[in-house]
Design a protein around this ligand. Sequence first.
Ligand SMILES: Cc1cc2nc3c(=O)[nH]c(=O)nc-3n(C[C@H](O)[C@H](O)[C@H](O)COP(=O)(O)OP(=O)(O)OC[C@H]3O[C@@H](n4cnc5c(N)ncnc54)[C@H](O)[C@@H]3O)c2cc1C
Length: 380
Amino acid sequence: MPYNMYPEQQAIRDDVKEFCEREILPVSAEWDQMPEPRKYPFEIYRKMGDVGFIGYATPKEYGGQGRSNLDYITVIEELSYHDAAFGLLCAIGELATFSITHFGSEEQKQKYLPKCMSGEYVASFVLTEPDAGSDAAHCTTEAVETDSEYVLNGEKIFIMHGDAAHIAVVFCRIKDKPKMSAFIVETDQPGWQATTLKQKLGMRAATTARIILKDVKVPKENLLGDVGRGFRYAMTTLDGARIGVGAQAVGLSQRALDESVAYAKKRIAFGQPVAKLQAIQWMIADMSVKLEAARMMTYKAAHMQDKGEKFSFEAAQCKLFCSEVANFCVDKAMQIHAGYGYIGEFSPIEKLYRDQRVLEIYEGTSEIQRLIIAANVIGR
Ligand SMILES: Cc1cc2nc3c(=O)[nH]c(=O)nc-3n(C[C@H](O)[C@H](O)[C@H](O)COP(=O)(O)OP(=O)(O)OC[C@H]3O[C@@H](n4cnc5c(N)ncnc54)[C@H](O)[C@@H]3O)c2cc1C
């Protein structure tokens, strides 16, 4: 049973469990194994909106639930326990709208956020480019300002839900301005071309896209915040999102542990359950310890965010550690299940193995987290 920081956290877990058993588990394998071209699960996303999971930490006046970040990451942790791809689906709703909630004008918030929170609109966070991933500040997508609007041209890659999005927060440079800015783009504009990426290893229910922007017109009022502040908005958004990745990792690791314990108790080798073997017990002990440390780091970072403290350093520590713990736990779960872990028809371990890997890549790779952590510890 996961540790709760406060009693209501269990109520959130129970709500999410009930939702997953009703809406996700019956179709989880179908979404994972869907032949390409993949579709986006609009219906389930809408249902997540109906029960309030999207925008859990967004203020109520904009259609969110007005809950704490600790509450929000509990939702992500529990969704990820049942199916990490749907945990990601929900987390992207928060990632993509965070900049609007925190840096948008009142008009922008009123216009876009309620539709995003209800799940009527899907939103995307559009930063990465083919030649600017970790080095996102060097993106080349450009906005040209005319008398009446901005006109955007460029290419973006690896964009979660880019193929399904109704709106997108696009980060790019305005011509002749040195620093990055951000825009809210309505994706039904001519020139927005999204292609679903194929052969993705895991997290398959949540689609990922390449975006070409070809003379996409954006009204002036859709500039997000101030000119030249886009990079800061993106990095602030990613700080919070990294705690969400920690929660995905914790949920996924808990599932790997629970599956391993149950399997080890029933699998007989040499006349006894393999759970009686010290080699198996030590793997389970190590999984349990690392998982608990990961959970505490995630809750600590979310708690600091809730208190309004600086938390970039703790978010980077959380993202790095938790994603590597998930890698460890899923690997050990595979070893404990052996052949029955490697083949997907026998257990969920094969899917956990595929879903886990991206946690060490997106929202800043492990190497980038180490850079941030070292800069904080040693000084720049
Ligand atoms: C499934 C998926 C979903 C994603 N979703 C989104 C999304 O919704 N929106 C979005 O904008 N982006 C998204 N991304 C992009 C993701 O954030 C980038 O893939 C990530 O930041 C790494 O960039 P890159 O893949 O270009 O790798 P690169 O930056 O090319 O890195 C290559 C390698 O070099 C290392 N490296 C790079 N620079 C340094 C350095 N200074 N020091 C040490 N090592 C370094 C990296 O850690 C990595 O090992 C997603 C990616 C994936 C795979």
